[in-house]
Design a protein around this ligand. Structure first.
Ligand code: PLP
Ligand code: CA
Length: 322
């Protein structure tokens, strides 16, 4: 691959970069913010991109980020614990005007895959959820039935009666045909035991995303890809994953937003999710920022998992385009 182009401080290169694309896919955590702290200059950068681009031929009756008045911005996150609506709320609260339809998360990606691609027949299409409310909300938005998740009945210690009932099937729901695993802050043996036994009975194994770690407070905690490991280990199966870098997610985004892949750029901080996602999706470009998990030293390594086509120190460096 060609050497990534460094854009920070290079006005000409920045403008060329922006002009190449009509759509930017933004990873969120590590690019726009860290936790609840929005990085300086990010709202202004989004505003600039949304106002840059095509000549207005109609009165300004569109939302500020309409593709007719500037670059289109889509927020693509692997965080399955929040729904798209909650993400839009967070974006608005951080001065990045957005609505639900601007967000594409791994919980929604999973729900879309289940309802529109898998399309299991009624009576076999229930999902056993290991995950938080974000997954439940997106499944509900697609009309997919589910159990588990945040249900208090699964947030307790396992008992001898549970072992018995899971083994003989009397405690299992015969309608479950899918086990979907996302990040679950209440992961426990009882849930894992249910998940395993649905898999042993032939359920399809899906994961919202496989991020091994979760960045919090300038450190790393267990991500969805780590809480799913016991199930993979015990079942001997690998889940089909539906967050970045899965191309099932890219295909769904392409369908929804009518992407011209050659004019789309993925912006992210992680090589094995964001940058790989853009490269495997054959997007026109990928931009790596230095404000999240991976740094340029990671793609400079010989065995780097993915190498971006562009890089900046931080997202707000794009503001220095003319
Ligand atoms: N998963 C969870 C639960 C998270 O909280 C986060 C970041 O906040 C992520 C994944 C990574 O999200 P992103 O893809 O926006 O970096
Ligand atoms: Ca990220």
């Amino acid at each position: 691959a060609a050497e990534p182009k460094y854009l920070t401080g290079d006005k000409v290169a920045l403008n060329e970069f922006i002009d190449k694309f009509d759509t930017f896919l933004f990873d969120c955590d590590g690019v726009l913010w860290s936790g609840d702290h929005v990085y300086e200059g990010v709202p202004e950068t989004l505003q600039l991109l949304r106002s840059k681009g095509w000549v207005l031929t109609a009165p300004l009756t569109f939302t500020p980020h309409s593709p007719l008045t500037g670059k289109r911005t889509v927020f693509v996150t692997n965080n399955s614990t929040k729904s798209r609506g909650e993400y839009a709320k967070k974006l608005n609260g951080l001065d990045i005007p957005s609505d639900v339809e601007d967000v594409f998360g791994s919980a929604y990606s999973s729900a879309v895959y289940i309802s529109r691609i898998l399309k299991l027949p009624a009576g076999k299409n229930k999902v056993f959820v290991i995950g938080e409310a974000g997954v439940e909300k997106e499944l509900a938005s697609e009309g997919v039935p589910f159990i588990g998740g945040t249900d208090e009945n699964f947030r307790r210690d396992i008992t001898p009666a549970d072992f018995q009932g899971i083994a003989d099937g009397s405690l299992l729901d015969p309608e479950v045909g899918i086990v979907l695993c996302g990040l679950d802050f209440h992961i426990n043996y009882l849930k894992l035991a249910h998940g395993l036994h649905y898999l042993r009975r032939g359920a399809i194994f899906l994961a919202t995303n496989i991020d091994s770690t979760l960045p919090l407070h300038h450190d790393l905690f267990l991500g969805a890809g780590s809480v799913m490991v016991p199930l993979a280990n015990a079942s001997g199966q690998k889940p089909l994953e539906l967050g970045k870098p899965s191309q099932a997610m890219m295909d769904a985004i392409e369908g929804k937003f009518q992407l011209d892949r050659s004019k789309t750029c993925m912006i992210g901080d992680r090589l094995n999710t964001d940058i790989k996602f853009g490269i495997e999706g054959k997007l026109g470009g990928t931009l790596h920022v230095q404000t999240g998990v991976d740094k340029k030293e990671d793609w400079q390594k010989k065995d780097a998992i993915a190498v971006p086509s562009f890089y900046v120190d931080k997202l707000s460096d794009l503001r220095h385009a003319a």
